[in-house]
Design a protein around this ligand. Structure first.
Ligand code: 6PG
Length: 243
């Protein structure tokens, strides 16, 4: 069941998501000593990451217990302007005492299929050591594009139907670019998924994703239905304007 929270604007939305992350981190660390979070890229989460890096929030998470992953990555080097790792590192990870070895970036600079296979191994090793046979992220932070994609599961692309892999390379023809992405199988193994969506340009798609017919090839964000987890849609009023 989708849980939907509407916040006035991106600033108040970022605060609300930051508070949820603090709560989920504390719960996971208390329950099993670690907090595994998968970050999303794009522009929406930048303000969230910067907020988490402030003194107000930084001290409220035990970063020594946090393992950082990504839901997807562009096939570019880590210092490229388009890199999701670079954005998160500059806005958040370079400002908090996370253990460098616990930052598990996707090697976007590598051959796409090799990068996907390598990341799959990292995930299976990490979650296997936790006693899981699934990608049991404590939290996956997801964004949604105006076309209904999430992670790099773009409409009418092969990755939507990939099983049983957790990570695949995905050629996105409209971008003429390769991406590395978690598959629906991996995303739906998470304990918690938070979609952070903001902006009027997302309003029509968000209405269709949440209230329209189930057409996952057109709206891949609809694929996110964790078997044993919850999805929280945390959105701003502009994105929710057509509900
Ligand atoms: C990426 C992201 C992607 C993002 C959406 C929304 O690599 O671009 O992981 O899935 O979440 O494209 O991006 P915005 O939040 O910038 O609209």
């Amino acid at each position: 069941m989708n849980k939907i929270e509407i916040h006035a604007d991106l600033n108040t939305l970022a605060y609300a998501v930051a508070e949820r992350i603090v709560t989920l981190a504390a719960g996971a660390i208390e329950a099993h000593g670690q907090f595994s979070i998968g970050l999303s890229g794009g522009s929406t989460p930048r303000s969230l990451y910067s907020l988490l890096a402030t003194e107000e929030f930084r001290a409220r998470i035990d970063w020594s217990c946090v393992h950082v992953f990504w839901g997807d990555e562009r096939c570019v080097p880590p210092d490229h302007p388009d890199s999701n790792y670079r954005m998160a590192y500059s806005a958040l990870l370079n400002h908090v005492p996370v253990v460098e070895a616990n930052i598990h970036r996707i090697y976007g600079e590598s051959d796409p299929s090799q990068a996907a296979a390598q990341y799959e191994r990292v995930l299976r090793e990490y979650f296997g050591a936790q006693g899981h046979f699934t990608a049991r992220f404590d939290l996956l932070l997801q964004g949604m594009g105006a076309d209904g994609h999430t992670a790099s599961l773009f409409p009418d692309t092969a990755a939507i139907h990939e099983r049983p892999w957790w990570v695949v390379e995905n050629y996105v023809s409209k971008l003429d670019a390769w991406r590395i992405t978690l598959t629906p199988e991996a995303i739906n193994a998470a304990a918690n998924v938070i979609f952070m969506v903001a902006g009027a340009d997302k309003a029509e798609t968000l209405r269709e994703v949440l209230h329209g017919p189930y057409i996952p090839d057109k709206y891949p964000a609809q694929l996110v239905r964790p078997e044993n987890g919850q999805v929280e849609w945390m959105v701003d009023a502009a994105a929710a304007a057509l509900f």
